[in-house]
Design a protein around this ligand. Structure first.
Ligand code: ATP
Ligand code: FE2
Length: 329
């Protein structure tokens, strides 16, 4: 069986193709470059509308159209306009090819592709990106959220900070690079509320330090130290709650070396295994959508066209997990 997946929850347009043996036959992502003010949801949606046909055409050069058995798409969570274009592209494709269609939860797709390409089997997952920051684990038949940001995502925090300091978008890689040259740990707010965290106070305080004349390298260093310590602490707390033996790090921010280092150290202390998928499968991509669609389809899930409406606030714990057996394998 061969599945084509469309990813379009935010600013990246992705198309991927996978077969039922887990072979990745095609995977390409094109990023919409937002103007300096940040993402404009309508423009991101226009970018998807322009890019999907091109990427789908390219995918068919690798895997002939006739060989596709199922169309999967990211149904949410995400930006309304982006999700609508993605769902429309998927419906048009499925109807024209007379193939079944399945909408999938984007966050769970990150976890499942991670499990496919690493040795993780039943991990506690820290998912950190421009639009999401949450800790997920499969417990009691569902992917439950054990901690999350109460305001902005970590990637958004880094990007907004960078933008305010004149760095290009996306700012995460620039902050990481500059942080390596910083050494002074500045006093910045560290906010954990139970299992959850907030970043907006930290963001405002970091921008203020820069505006007051502190060296950008030191502010980047401190911002990373504080933000990543918060993430590491809530992951450690969630580990105690869930009793999992593995931690997996996914999402665009997962490529950050310092975050990996902090989590790896914590995992070593706790005696649990630590996994990160390869770089191109950490961030948003089409193949993770195709893969979750495949798992759902093979476990008997079917979707009518009426069920394919976008779900902007799609919570992972509302998804009935039909593809994992009792032991979590
Ligand atoms: P989602 O829809 O899942 O929220 P996204 O659209 O934000 O995803 P991703 O590729 O998952 O896309 O993540 C992009 C984010 O990753 C950006 O905020 C970017 O700054 C951040 N990022 C990329 N590289 C690094 C890095 N080296 N260090 C820190 N952050 C990084
Ligand atoms: Fe994502």
């Amino acid at each position: 069986m061969i599945v084509l997946g469309l990813e379009g929850t935010a600013e990246k347009t992705g198309v991927g193709v996978i077969d039922s043996e887990g072979n990745i036959l095609f995977n390409k992502t094109v990023m919409y470059k937002p103007p300096v003010q940040g993402i404009n949801p309508r423009e991101a949606a226009d970018h998807h509308a322009e890019t999907f046909p091109k990427l789908i055409k390219e995918a068919f050069e690798y895997v002939p159209k006739e060989e596709i058995d199922l169309v999967a798409f990211s149904q949410g969570p995400g930006l309304g306009p982006s999700l609508r274009v993605t769902a429309t592209a998927a419906r048009t494709l499925a109807l024209s090819m007379k193939k079944p269609i399945i909408g999938v939860n984007h966050c769970i797709a990150h976890v499942e592709i991670g499990k496919l390409v690493t040795d993780a089997q039943d991990p506690l997952t820290l998912y950190v990106s421009g639009g999401n920051t949450q800790i997920l684990a499969y417990v009691g038949g569902r992917y439950r959220i054990f901690g999350e940001t109460l305001d902005i995502a970590i990637g958004n925090c880094l990007d907004q900070f960078a933008r305010n300091c004149g760095l290009p978008h996306p700012g995460g890689p620039y902050v990481e690079k500059l942080a390596k040259e910083g050494s002074r740990l500045l006093d910045l707010p560290y906010t954990i509320k139970g299992m959850d965290i907030t970043f907006s106070g930290l963001l405002t305080a970091a921008i203020k330090k820069y505006e007051q004349g502190e060296r950008l390298e030191n502010v980047c260093f401190s911002l990373q130290e504080v933000a990543f310590s918060m993430l590491t602490e809530i992951t450690e707390r969630a580990l105690a709650h869930t009793d999992k033996g593995e931690v997996m790090l996914v999402g665009g921010v997962a490529v950050n070396g310092r975050l990996r280092e902090m989590l790896r150290d914590m995992c070593e202390e706790q005696g649990v295994d630590f996994y990160v998928p390869r770089r191109d499968l950490c961030g948003d991509n089409g193949v993770m959508i195709a893969y979750l669609g495949l798992l759902m389809y093979l476990s008997g899930r079917r979707m009518s066209i009426e069920e394919t409406k976008p779900i902007p606030n799609y919570r992972s714990d509302t998804v009935e997990v039909t593809w994992i057996d009792e032991e979590g394998g």
